[in-house]
Design a protein. Structure first.
Length: 287
């Protein structure tokens, strides 16, 4: 009995489903006939009105109170502007330094080393344009001009007015001293290399530690290691400036100096450390 009832229920379900499909088929055929009839019409308004999707458009939403926040580019834009300002500032600074360097090079003078001031361990070239440290202390007269404690030497030319400029090759040297000194500096004992005792110099130690021997000393952070250093002095202005020639960059300036006596170019190749620091300091021409 149960099996018969199940079969009867299945047949009734199939009949109902068949009726539904027949009903849908008739509606689709009727709608297709309507569409064909409408498509033949030349009344375009009637054509549009015939579609419920057009006739029964739902009311439009009022969007006046809705706002879409714009994409935030503020942070990115500010970073881009800051980077642009930095790049332009660096380029302008370089251009200005290049122009300044060309100006001061107009005051180039011919500097030679003064043998009478050289410490006995220093070795000077025949043209007196180069100096390096030697391993033998020469027997030389201890005249008042000669340095006896440190490996220093002065230029032969002194200046008591105006402007002058010279440049020195310091390539391949892990340490050196360079600048100008006044005539009355102590040449026989220990000295503190400061402006107050007559030295306006910079130095290099340990290959990359640069310092301006100001009062107090100033540690210098350089973008590159100079191979040629230019030294410019404006006597009346009280100015001593150092330049990295190849990078066209200002290394350091002593300002507000008070010069009351003759100034001399000052050099120290420092001591050799085995094969290190064997290369000389070289006074080179301005090209």
């Amino acid at each position: 009995m149960e099996f018969k009832r199940a079969k009867e229920k299945q047949r009734n379900g199939l009949k109902a489903s068949s009726k539904r499909w027949k009903g849908k088929s008739l509606r689709l055929k009727s709608r297709s006939s309507e569409v064909k009839e409408i498509s033949r019409s030349k009344d375009h308004i009637h054509l549009l009105q015939s579609f419920p999707s057009v006739k029964d458009i739902p009311p439009t939403k009022d969007w006046t109170g809705v706002s879409i926040p714009p994409a935030s580019y503020k942070g990115t834009a500010m970073k881009a502007v800051a980077q642009l300002e930095k790049t332009l500032s660096e380029k302008m600074k370089k251009l200005l330094t290049e122009a300044e360097l060309k100006r001061v090079q107009q005051y180039a003078v011919d500097v030679t080393l003064d043998f009478n001031t050289a410490h006995p361990e220093l070795m000077l070239s025949l043209d007196r344009k180069q100096v390096r440290h030697g391993h033998v202390k020469k027997l030389l007269p201890d005249n008042p001009e000669r340095f006896s404690h440190y490996n220093f030497v002065l230029g032969e030319q002194g200046f008591s007015s105006g402007r002058f400029y010279f440049q020195v090759q310091v390539k391949n040297k892990p340490k050196w001293n360079l600048g100008v000194a006044r005539e009355s500096i102590n040449r026989k004992g220990e000295v503190k290399m400061r402006p107050e005792v007559g030295f306006w110099t910079i130095w290099l130690r340990n290959e990359n530690q640069y310092k301006a021997l100001d009062d107090p000393p100033v540690v210098l952070s350089l973008q590159s290691q100079p191979e040629k250093v230019g030294v410019f002095v404006d006597y009346e202005e009280g100015l001593v400036s150092f330049y990295d020639i190849d990078a066209a960059a200002l290394i350091y300036s002593f300002t507000g100096c008070s010069f009351t006596e003759k100034l001399y170019p000052f050099f120290s190749p420092c001591r050799n450390e085995g094969p290190k620091n064997f290369d000389p300091l070289v006074i080179c021409p301005v090209t």
